[in-house]
Design a protein around this ligand. Sequence first.
Ligand SMILES: C[S@@+](CC[C@H](N)C(=O)[O-])C[C@H]1O[C@@H](n2cnc3c(N)ncnc32)[C@H](O)[C@@H]1O
Ligand code: SF4
Length: 404
Amino acid sequence: MTQDSTTRPLILGAAGFSSQQPRPPLPELPPLSLYIHIPWCVRKCPYCDFNSHTASAVLPEQEYVDALLADLDQDMPHVYGRELSTIFFGGGTPSLFSADALGRLLSGVEQRIRFAPDIEITLEANPGTFEQDKFSAYRGLGINRLSIGIQSFQEAKLKALGRIHNGNEAVRAADMARQAGFDNFNLDLMHGLPNQSQDDALGDLRQAIALAPTHLSWYQLTLEPNTVFWNQPPTLPEDDILWDIQEAGQTLLRENGYAQYEVSAYAQAGRTARHNLNYWSFGDFIGIGAGAHGKLSHPDGRIMRTWKTRLPKDYLNPAKAFKAGEKLLPMNEMPFEFLMNALRLTNGVDAALFQGRTGLSVDSLDSARRQAEQRGLLEDDPARLVATARGQLFLNDLLQYFLI
Ligand SMILES: C[S@@+](CC[C@H](N)C(=O)[O-])C[C@H]1O[C@@H](n2cnc3c(N)ncnc32)[C@H](O)[C@@H]1O
Ligand code: SF4
């Protein structure tokens, strides 16, 4: 996963905790991640609403690396002395960048922030950009996890999705990743594709499972505003077929050793995505690059969200600031923001984490928890905050109880 709706700032008009109330300090700071956005792709896919732009013949790699490091310098005063647990190169298509450029970037980052000894460094890659030497060099830089955007193995589906690769290239990408020394890689697949049957969808999953990735992200295609598919919608499967695909796919994944731990995330034992888990457990992250979002906590209880200039040409323009905006998270929005992330997790989170991450007492959620439990949306478990199966299905309804 790159940065998605769970990392975008919310502007809500709720009341509850007074803005005058002193903020409770945090018992300790959460783990710290770094998200690096690379905003270019070979071609824009018709379903994609990420901040990705068709690349020109020559990528401004060096200028962009310089800008990323200057951007990071501006965030440094908020994270001095802390250690990075994970880094995620997302996009766009980070695998368009040369190993030299990524190497210069990674050493620049390491000169500024200490890396945890077991740091997870993930790079998103498109099968249409795979070259053995480049991927071996990536591995040599310390990048130790790949997330490969396969989507489907079927030619007709790949064509309908406007992908730049075919099914064979998708299979070859996974083989090359392994040969380059990546023993930890994710495959992104989508289902609910135009005219897709249950057999088509399960065929894609079987083929992915045969490549033995450690992690599978299995997204249902959604039509997003401001995309080609939104304006010219393709024929998508009926709801009952979507339901059958979901049920049968989950069973197939479970039977093959992939445990679901989030709405769309499945992993072999011990192979959950640590970077994404840090988002979902309301950890901290620096976001650098065009349109990147960040969330940083301070020991005094302040939580700041930031977002960077979105268009690559503006981000690269020295006359413009990297930071496009920031927002101090009001206390009344913390329950919603915390739970919007945590309740995506199949097993939810320990209730004590709420206080650990927000400084607020978990008792402040009591009345909303009771109401959500009565509606069958939240498990009646004092020790955990976890959605029921119904709550997972109607997450937005469940979250409404925490708009206090
Ligand atoms: C930002 S993309 C980056 C991956 C890489 N650029 C690629 O496409 O090969 C991350 C993933 O989000 C998923 N995705 C993108 N748009 C989607 C949509 N409209 N509905 C569902 N999943 C989507 C795709 O599986 C994609 O691989
Ligand atoms: S390659 Fe990935 S990021 Fe780029 S347009 Fe397609 S789905 Fe979006």
